[in-house]
Structure formats: C-alpha cells, structure tokens
Write a protein that binds this ligand. Structure first.
Ligand SMILES: *Cc1c(COP(=O)(O)O)cnc(C)c1O
Length: 454
C-alpha cells in the first residue's frame, strides 16, 4: 500500500489558479471607508506594489509564477501528499484519508508560498522594507525568510500574547534578519493609543495590522505585506491544491470531502479553490469543509457584512464574515486563527453555498492532533489541529454510515514551535475559553453602515 505521493520538481505548478475567473457571481467591490465608493488600484498603491494589486483584481484564470519565485519554491516544493493508513486503522474507518503536508517549508507552514512571491514583487518594484503583523509567528517567520532571500528589511508586529508565549518564533525571525516588536507597541501612534487605554492589552491581529499599515503608509520605500485574507494571497496558496490534484491522480483517487483550517482563509483556499474551480467548470464537486476555532468563529457566528480589516480602521471596507473589527478573541493557542474576519473570497463562496463551515474548541482539536501524531508521526501546529479534527470527524461519520469516502485535508504546518501549548494540554491546563457574547454583540453593533447597492 502506497503511503507517500511525490511529484518531480518539473511537475511543480507554473501557474497560480485564480478562482475569480470561475465565480458564478463576482465578488462584491472593495469600498473606500470615506466615500463608500469602490476603490481603485491607486488607493492601494501606498501599501502594495502594482503587480500584487493587479493580481488582487484579476479575473484571468491562470497567472504565471515568475521563475525566481519557482526557484525559491524548489527548496521544499512540490510538498508531499500522504495516505494516512495508520490513522484510518486507528479510527476503524472505511474512509480513505489523504493529507497534503505543508510543514516541509523553511518556516514549517504554508505561509512561505505567498511570502516569497510578495517579497519578489516588492523587490522588483524597488521597495526596501516590508512591515507586517504576525499572530503565532508563522507569517512573520515566513516573511522574514522571504525578505532575507530577496534582500528586503522586514519589521514584524507580533500579537503580544503570542510574543510572550512563543519566544522561539521571534528568535527565528531574528535569525532571518527581521526585527520583531510586541503589538500593541510604543512605536506607532495607534499602538500608543491602545496602550494608553489598556497597558496590559493582549493584542490582536487587527491591532497589529493597524500598526504595520501605519508604518508602511508613512514611507515611499516601505510597503506592507499581509499573510492571508487578500485575493492575491489566497491565489498564491493554490500551489497546494494544484499539486494535490496531480497527487490524487497518482493515487488513483479523488476527494469526496476536502477539509481545511480557517484563520484568514489562505491555506484552506490553497487546497480547496483548485478543486472548487474544477467543479465549477463541470468536474466532480467534493464537499468543502472549513474548520474554525469555536473561540473566534467568523464563518459560523459572524455576520456577512462590510467591515474593516483592522482594528484601527485604516484599511478599506471588504464584505466578509466578520465578528466586528473591534472584537478581541480570548487568548487561545492557535494564534494563527485569531482574526476577526474571513477572506472575502471564502466568505463569498460560503454565501454561494459552495462550502460549509464548522467550529471546534481548542481542547478537542488538541486531542485530535495528539491522536494524529501517535498514528502518523507528524506533530501538527495547533492551527492544523482544527483540520485534523475536521477530517477525523468526517472519517468517523463515514464509519457510522458505512461509507468508503475519500477525505483530503491540508496539514498546513508542524507544531515544533508550539510545544508549550501541547505541554499545557497534557498538564490539563488548556481551557476552552468562550468569547464574551456581550463583546461580540458590541463589536457587531459597531459595524460600519454601508447601504446595499441598488
Ligand atoms: C497562519 C496559519 C493559519 C491561519 O491562516 P490561514 O490564512 O487561514 O491559512 C493556519 N495554519 C497555520 C499553520 C498557520 O501558520
């Protein structure tokens, strides 16, 4: 029985897949927060290089991956696809479980798939410095790595709770030459304003984004890089699904169900969009399941509405599933999933009925991750544990229903920098903190009011 499905280097995708070419209904426009009119490329120019802005709004189905980017990808791509024989056996399921493993990248997750092209296009545009936010540190690490490859300075605002919980991520960022600050920080006007109100603020991705945007907007040679949510970021991640399609063909199988963890939506989109697009063009239509944390449930509990991407309200308004930009999720360990919103593309597909969403608490996800590690040997990142939990639930459903379905999930990263969280889990100290319903209601009540287009 074959366990590992490997592609040759020359089979690495040469094009990204842009799902905007196949949408049955186009994405709602991004709005200027002042005028409430659709924004144009010039509005984004202070923050992003034109090549990325063009990708953001493109409706071309295939966009070429530049050779210098593919050259860096060759360090770890194509990534392996595994059949989880031992997990299937441990669960006693008739289902076949496959997983795509993105933990083989230098940062240990899928994030370098977009950090590398973002750094490349910025370097091509003459940019000298990139600013960004990071939660658990995965994105900051990935951009630090990509910056070092293309000779860019990188400044990372890391959410305070993660900065304190995960000192080794900061050390990795420093190893790649980046500077990392806890957010809220004293280096931006917005950070100082937040600290003045609450000196022990745990931080949030929304606040860190505001700080990074503030710094980038002030200087011509400095731009901002976002690790998830935006259309171009999701498109860069489609190398995952494009490779997985080839590997499923090698395995002589095709998924009935695809599962991914959703924070901002990028790794999930990466594995799912090529399959969804294939379905929209007349191919098989697998069920698509997004798994999010119960403590920050934007897709299952959020409102589909126009909202800011950040807490300081410096970004344009996008229509997405949101918990409200002022919502601060409780500090849980899958830091990469602590974002108040969801990618507009993922939100749009949910509204179109092209995907489902479900939420699990962190302790049930850690239990799933431990079961996975004991069967398959890889210790998943806490974020990835959500995908593992979702896949195990699907496999157990197959067992109850006596169905031999094929399940594919994205194991988006390893947990080697998250062992303190595992340690707490084994000590029984990991608590399922519920978010504050009153705070959620308040954050939702504070959504910007945008009239429905006629
Ligand atoms: C950042 C991160 C996530 C969440 O981001 P998405 O854009 O939703 O993919 C999930 N898993 C890992 C391992 C991450 O590093």
């Amino acid at each position: 029985m074959q366990t590992k499905f490997l592609l040759e280097e020359h089979q690495m995708p040469k094009y990204w897949y842009n799902i905007q070419a196949d949408l049955p209904k186009p994405l709602p426009p991004v709005l200027h927060p002042g005028t409430l009119k659709p924004i144009g490329p010039d509005d984004l120019a202070p923050l992003f290089p034109m090549a990325l802005i063009a990708q953001e709004v493109s409706t071309e189905r295939e966009i070429e991956i530049p050779e210098p980017v593919r050259d860096v990808f060759r360090l770890w791509r194509p990534s392996p696809l595994y059949r989880a024989h031992r997990l299937e056996k441990a669960l006693g399921t008739p289902a076949r479980i496959f997983y795509k493993y993105e933990g083989v990248s230098p940062a240990g997750s899928h994030k370098p798939n977009t950090a590398v092209p973002q750094a490349f296009y910025n370097q091509q545009a003459g940019v000298k410095k990139l600013t960004t936010e990071t939660g658990a540190g995965q994105w900051g690490t990935s951009l630090a790595f990509a910056g070092s490859v293309f000779g860019l300075e990188v400044l990372v605002f890391q959410v305070r709770v993660s900065y304190d919980q995960k000192p080794y991520r900061r050390a990795v960022m420093q190893t790649y030459g980046a500077r990392c600050l806890p957010s809220p920080s004293t280096e931006t006007a917005y950070g100082r304003a937040v600290l003045a109100k609450q000196p022990d603020h745990p931080g949030s991705l929304g606040i860190a984004i505001s700080e990074a945007v503030e710094v980038a907007a002030q200087r011509d040679d400095t731009k901002y890089a976002l690790g998830s949510v935006l259309n171009h970021v999701l498109m860069h991640q489609t190398v995952i699904g494009l490779e997985a399609m080839e590997q499923m063909r090698m395995a002589d199988a095709w998924p009935d169900v695809i599962v991914g963890a959703t924070g901002g939506g990028s790794n999930f989109a990466g594995i799912a969009f090529p399959f969804i697009g294939h379905g929209l063009r007349g191919g098989a239509k697998p069920r698509i399941v997004a798994v999010e944390p119960a403590a920050c449930p934007s897709l299952t509990r959020g409102k589909y509405a126009y909202d800011f991407g950040d807490t300081g309200h410096m970004t344009p308004l996008t229509k997405m599933h949101t918990l409200g930009s002022t919502f601060t999720p409780p500090p849980f360990h899958a830091g990469g999933l602590r974002y108040h919103g969801m990618a507009p593309l993922v939100s749009h597909l949910k509204e179109l009925g092209l995907l489902e969403a479900t939420a699990y608490t962190q302790t049930e996800c850690f239990a799933a991750g431990v079961a996975f590690a004991r069967a398959e040997g890889i210790v998943p990142a806490p974020e990835a544990n959500h995908a593992v939990k979702g896949a195990i639930e699907e496999a157990l459903r197959c067992k109850r229903e006596g169905k031999a379905e094929t399940i594919l999930f994205n194991l988006c990263g390893h947990g080697h920098f998250d062992m303190a969280a595992y340690d707490k889990y084994f000590a029984g100290q990991l608590k399922d903190e519920a978010y504050d319903e009153k705070e959620l209601a308040m954050a939702l009540a504070g959504l910007p009011s945008v009239p429905e287009p006629a």
